[in-house]
Design a protein around this ligand. Structure first.
Ligand code: PEP
Ligand code: MG
Length: 535
């Protein structure tokens, strides 16, 4: 037996047979020169491969869209848009014209160039796009070399998929129930593959060092997605322990789902509010279905990033009304737009920043674009007549920023003749965490964003797997800071809305800080409520 350890990316237990997935990009493909008069025929091969891949992407979007939700399906539709990008099409044509080589080599040259370009970009968002381009490259190659089915299409039942990393086109096969667990050598918790694994409820352990060298297809594997432990060819004793743990997990999940609409309190009577984080209408539907006590954080970035021009008040209002419909009278903290130099918003023409996460982010940027800020305040105030909404300010550094937003909201609410609503501050910077008493003069409530707070306190990029050992949101340094925030907030309500709130091992320590309101991923709500009841 070999025991491996990685990061627990998607909870649950799985036992099955390993399938080590190797990539089509790692194999050699036909390479030959073509004459000038073969150009048209060779370009037709590229063009028809492109059409087939587009069809595959539409099919994947449909399949995932009906199994899950539209937002996940959008990943494939965004890839389809990239594939028909006129610059990419031009590049393919020109490379064929210059190099006189077969289609496989042309797409190899072009796609590798595009992947490099996106990977080398200082923008995190563009870096993430590189994976999508690489995925398109794989799909094109598969069609061109005539590999009809994706290797993962026909996995036998109870397969544990073992891979260096997975692309969105790979993960669509998770909709077939044959894959019971996933092990990845390199992947960030925010990678598409790990998000989809969580959405599908498939246990997943990532960042397992030496995985590909240590596991062979056919090995028996046990995956513990709660602790990140992996057993290769386990002994009878380990299998026995696994069965007991799995039975307990299944029992607890069933109980958690049954009790999801009940409130949660610890055994000594401490009531805990469990709300959900959301960034789309689908998330809100899932939050309500999962028994969330409200929306502790609604991220509005998706709406503003998708818009082609500066949205109008009626447009944003319409979007909010559509999203909030399932909520009824439950409260929602609508966060003002939190973007910065790492995200491209064409209608703002933001300058390049060397250090976007330390740059003009969140409320800092909104003060420089007053029209964008006012649109949000007006739309939020207008929906406050119908829904229980509050405004949440991102990336606060100084109490004066909260004061300034409060004054603006009061002025606009008077102009619109709509009663003023509550204003809250995100605690994400060390400065805000250290200035809680002054913030509370102007803020009606606080939401602690431990993702950013940990990043800034530990000086460790939250997106980087290279410094993940420094990004310790459950470290006593962070827990001590949370306690001081809770104490200094006094009567002002505090909610914890970073990923820390979903870590069951940290739950007891979190509640000991005095924080008793959490906001987490919608589908984790029943499990966390049940975990509270067991404390
Ligand atoms: C956070 O920083 O913890 C947070 C909840 O906000 P986001 O993840 O959207 O930055
Ligand atoms: Mg944040």
């Amino acid at each position: 037996m070999i025991q491996l350890k990685g990061k627990a990316f998607s909870s649950g237990f799985a036992r099955g047979i390993a399938y080590v997935y190797s990539d089509i990009l790692e194999s050699n493909h036909a390479a030959y020169n073509i004459s000038k008069d073969q150009h048209d025929a060779e370009y037709d091969r590229i063009d028809s491969a492109k059409e087939e891949v587009r069809q595959q992407l539409f099919d994947s979007a449909k399949r995932v869209g009906s199994a899950l939700n539209k937002n996940v399906a959008d990943i494939f539709l965004a890839q389809e848009t990239m594939l028909v990008d006129p610059q990419l099409v031009d590049d393919l044509k020109q490379t064929l014209g210059q190099k006189h080589v077969n289609a496989e080599q042309v797409i190899g040259t072009v796609f590798r160039r595009w992947i490099r370009k996106f990977r080398d970009s200082p923008s995190t968002m563009l870096n993430e796009r590189a994976d999508d381009i690489e995925d398109l490259y794989r799909r094109m190659l598969r069609v061109l070399v005539g590999v009809e089915a994706h290797k993962l299409e026909k996995l036998p039942e109870n397969t544990i998929l073992v891979a260096r990393s997975l692309m969105p086109s790979d993960t669509v096969f998770l909709t077939r129930k044959s894959c019971s667990g996933i092990l990845l050598e390199i992947a960030a918790p925010t990678a598409h593959s790990t998000i989809l694994a969580r959405e599908f409820g498939v246990p997943c352990v990532g960042q397992v060092r030496g995985l590909i060298l240590k596991v062979n297809t056919g090995d028996e594997i046990l995956v513990d997605g709660n602790t990140g432990k992996v057993f290769v060819n386990p002994t009878e004793v380990v299998i026995e322990t696994y069965h007991t743990a799995r039975k307990k997990h299944v029992r607890q999940s069933a109980k958690a789902i049954k009790n999801r609409f009940k409130s949660a309190a610890t055994t000594n009577g401490q009531e805990v509010t469990v709300m959900a984080n959301a960034s789309s209408s689908g998330d809100i539907i899932r939050a309500v279905d999962s028994g969330a006590d409200g929306i502790g954080l609604f991220r509005t970035e998706r709406f503003f990033l998708a818009a082609k021009a500066l949205p109008t008040v009626p447009e944003f209002r319409k979007y909010l009304l559509r999203c909030l419909k399932p909520l009824g009278d439950k409260s929602v903290n609508l966060r003002l737009l939190d973007i910065g130099g790492d995200k491209i918003i064409p209608y703002l023409s933001l300058p390049f920043e060397l250090n976007p996460f330390l740059g003009r982010r969140g409320v800092r940027l909104l003060f420089d674009f007053p029209a964008l800020l006012k649109i949000q305040i007006k739309a939020i105030l207008s929906v406050s007549k119908k829904y229980n909404v509050r405004i949440l300010i991102p990336m606060v550094t100084f109490a004066e920023e909260v004061k300034k937003i409060r004054v603006m909201c009061e002025t606009i609410s008077k102009q619109m003749k709509i009663p003023m609503i509550q204003i809250g501050a995100m605690i994400e910077t060390p400065a805000a965490a250290l200035a809680v008493p002054s913030l509370c003069k102007y803020a009606d409530f606080l939401c602690i964003g431990t993702n950013d707070l940990t990043q800034y306190v530990m000086a460790a990029d939250r997106e980087s797997a290279l410094v993940s050992k420094y990004f310790r949101d459950d470290h006593s340094i962070i827990l001590g800071l949370l306690e001081s925030i809770a104490v200094n907030a006094g009567e002002t309500p505090v909610t914890l809305c970073g990923e820390l709130a979903v870590k069951r091992d940290a739950l007891s320590s979190i509640l000991k800080t005095g924080i008793c309101s959490l906001s987490i991923a919608p589908l984790s709500t029943p499990g966390i409520k049940e975990a509270v009841r067991r404390l």
